[in-house]
Design a protein around this ligand. Structure first.
Ligand code: HEM
Ligand SMILES: [Cu+2]
Length: 499
């Protein structure tokens, strides 16, 4: 039997566990392939800015659209896969619905690829109103509509998956408040340090992502109606608020779902349990509201926005991300400190993710201050900070989880990790630092983002960044080789005794 003796774990049959494992592996393999492809598109963008890739502006914006939408989408679904794998150990999740979401996702992806490469849609993943409808002939209304429809379909899949999260969490914990640990936080129930961190995180993800994606669905429908009935004119400021609320939430949630890999895996590598606490519950409870209320930091330049929203967003942005980041980072360091941890590839990637998440947060907070935002808004500083915590934070969480499945709970811990993994790791880290450093340096010198053609004096930045991008791709390519050759047959590490 595959069930453990811990009382709050769900018992599944051997076949159910195998089925779940196959589904998770399918998500991860797809993720590696899409990450690789999207990175090639990204490197082409940077090379074009460095005068090293002869693509026209139209192709630049098609690549930029596909890269932005593709990366966000695959990071979101891969983060969900990490969360789903662990969450199903505590609440009875449906593997069928997990597959359904995957199928819906792939359908949406095909539609989006069609809209961009056949229909030539290049209005960016942020589809800001009224751009999709006024391409001046660069793409058709149908192409724009297909892009919006693809996103809407993908969102629907996520909503279905999240509904299953909700059903399962309620069936095990009775209320979302209990799942979040609130009765313990407020002293209504005795503190239980073994209340799973993953259940707390999963509940936060469910609440925030559901609201964010629902807002996204509303605005996508409004824009679709507008495309075919131009007399229906939504309020542009409302639309922008909804879009950025949706975009901000979905990418933040990718972090907050993948982060459970740290809570679940570092304890296995260090032989120490991860204990939840009042501080932990408080941090996650706060983040439920903070993630949703700081999105106006994307709208500082929109003068008609009410002043209170701007001031509130600025103040909250200082601290947004901090609570969970501090709790997670501190908790991880305490786990690792003098634990005799052996640095296998998974453990290295998870520690890297904490660094990338925290260090990437600093330029983000800088940009969320109004006085800096005046200067940095729409410069390369912005892709600089988000590539920092996505490339060096979220991806290493997903990769770290993958290498856990791939090498097993003990796995490469006994021996040195294979050369492909060691080389891959250093190529990835070194390349990513050079690449995001190039963005941040560009931003600090005022180079604008989203420009297909760069002035002569900006070109060296783009060329150094392209070198960084190539190193990142080499690293991910080496990782992907391991994933394709070893992961499909790897047994579930949860079945082997840890440590
Ligand atoms: C080798 C890795 C990568 C390279 C070379 C790369 C390159 C680029 C470039 C050149 C841009 C356009 C910058 C501009 O002029 O505004 C961009 C934008 C973007 N990238 Fe990446 N990127 C990489 C990884 C990632 C990852 C891992 C993610 C997310 C998980 C991501 C998400 C995005 C997003 C959301 C945009 C914004 C698109 C827009 O402005 O509409 N990228 N990337
Ligand atoms: Cu944001």
């Amino acid at each position: 039997m595959s069930t453990t003796t811990v009382s709050n774990k769900i018992s599944y049959s051997e076949a159910e566990n195998q089925g779940a494992l196959v589904a998770v592996k399918a998500h991860l393999i797809a993720a590696f392939l899409v990450f690789l492809l999207m990175m090639l598109a990204g490197a082409t963008l940077r090379a074009a800015q460095g005068n090293m890739a002869p693509i026209g502006a139209d192709v630049f914006y098609q690549f930029m659209t596909v890269h932005g939408a593709g990366m966000i989408g695959i990071a979101a679904i891969a983060g969900m896969a990490v969360l789903w794998y662990f969450l199903r150990q505590y609440v009875p999740l449906s593997t069928k619905i997990f597959w359904i979401n995957f199928g819906i996702f792939l359908t949406g992806v095909v539609i989006i690829l069609g809209s961009v490469f056949l229909g030539k849609y290049g209005g960016a993943w942020t589809f800001l109103y009224p751009l999709p409808g006024i391409s001046m002939g660069a793409w058709s209304t149908g192409a724009a509509a297909a892009f919006l429809l693809g996103l809407l379909i993908i969102g629907t899949g996520f909503l279905i998956l999240l509904l299953d999260f909700g059903r399962a969490i309620l069936s095990s914990y009775g209320s979302f408040g209990r799942a979040l640990g609130l009765p313990q936080l407020f002293g209504k129930e005795p503190l239980n340090p073994y209340h799973p961190a993953t259940v707390v995180a999963g509940t936060m993800v469910l609440i925030v992502d559901f609201i964010g994606i629902a807002a996204g669905a509303v605005v996508l429908v409004m824009m679709l109606v507008n495309l075919y009935n131009p007399e229906f004119k939504p309020d542009p400021l409302l639309v922008k608020n909804l879009i950025y609320f949706f975009g901000h939430v979905i990418i933040n949630v990718a972090i907050y779902s993948a982060v459970v890999a740290i809570y679940e895996l570092l304890p296995r590598y260090t032989g120490r349990p991860y204990k939840t606490s009042k501080v932990f519950y408080a941090a996650w409870f706060a983040i439920v509201f903070m993630v949703m209320s700081v999105y106006p930091h994307h709208l500082y330049m929109d003068f008609p926005m009410p002043k209170w929203a701007m001031i509130g967003a600025q103040i909250l942005s200082y601290g947004s991300g901090l609570p969970v980041m501090v709790v997670t980072g501190y908790g991880a360091l305490m786990l690792v400190y003098r634990s005799g941890i052996r640095w296998n590839t998974s453990a290295k990637l998870l520690m890297l993710s904490i660094f990338g998440w925290a260090a990437g947060g600093i330029p983000a907070v800088v940009d969320s201050m109004v006085s800096f935002n005046r200067v940095l808004h729409n410069t390369m500083w912005v892709p600089g900070h988000f590539h920092f915590y996505l490339l060096l934070g979220v991806l290493p969480m997903i990769f770290g989880f993958t290498f856990y499945l791939l090498n097993g709970a003990n796995g490469a811990q006994e021996e040195k990790p294979p050369l492909t993994e060691r080389l891959g790791f250093y190529s990835f880290v070194g390349g990513a630092l050079l690449f995001v450093g190039g963005f941040l340096a560009s931003g600090a010198s005022g180079i604008p983002r989203r420009w297909a053609v760069h002035l002569e004096e900006w070109v060296p930045y783009a060329q150094w960044s392209t070198l960084g991008a190539v190193l990142v791709i080499v690293g991910v390519l080496l990782f992907t080789l391991r994933v394709l050759t070893v992961l499909p047959k790897a047994p579930d590490p949860a079945l082997a005794p840890a440590h």
